[in-house]
Design a binder for this molecule. Structure first.
Ligand SMILES: Nc1ncnc2c1ncn2[C@@H]1O[C@H](COP(=O)(O)OP(=O)(O)OP(=O)(O)O)[C@@H](O)[C@H]1O
Ligand SMILES: [Mg+2]
Length: 148
């Protein structure tokens, strides 16, 4: 293990406290390993989401959500910069599948580790492992660390 190094760490951020903790983990591990952190937030939307046909309204909604997601990523960037950790981030908009987008992003970044929370902001407190975390653990092509 001592020779193994993480070079590219991906962290998935949904604005939940646990995902912020995941970002803190990612940054401190990256500092130790001299790795880069790539942070991703996926904004999912449906045409049917309340907007009943108004494309302009939907676009406005999605833009707003993406701005909020960008703020979560910016706050992670601030922490990374304080620690002198290389950092990049992306907001991804999708109509389909959040875990799939996280996994694609991780592959794109040649990630050797994905860090995320066990739960996020949309689930029930009772559930031990959220559906996004569960799908990423199941399907990712690299190790996944889930933070509790
Ligand atoms: N849209 C997203 N973009 C980026 N990361 C996400 C997103 N959704 C979840 N995550 C990551 O997955 C972790 C677990 O969240 P998950 O969504 O699986 O649980 P949940 O919200 O409690 O339940 P649910 O299955 O209802 O969504 C979060 O802490 C975060 O790291
Ligand atoms: Mg969720």
């Amino acid at each position: 293990m001592s020779n193994e190094k993480f070079a590219n760490i991906v962290v998935a951020i949904d604005g939940s406290d646990l995902s912020k903790r995941a970002a803190d983990y990612a940054i401190s591990l990256a500092k130790e390993q001299n790795a880069k952190v790539s942070a991703v937030a996926v904004v999912k939307f449906h045409q049917t989401d309340a907007f009943r046909g108004s494309t302009a309204t939907l676009e406005k909604f999605v833009r707003k959500q993406a701005e909020i997601a960008q703020r979560w990523l910016d706050s992670a960037r601030n922490k990374a910069e304080k620690e002198n950790v290389r950092f990049e981030s992306r907001v991804i908009k999708t109509r389909t599948n959040i875990p799939e987008e996280i996994i694609k992003y991780a592959m794109d970044k040649r990630s050797d580790l994905i860090i995320m929370g066990t739960r996020g902001r949309t689930g029930f407190k009772k559930v031990l492992l959220g559906s996004v975390a569960s799908a990423v653990v199941t399907h990712a092509g690299c190790p996944v660390m889930v933070i509790r």
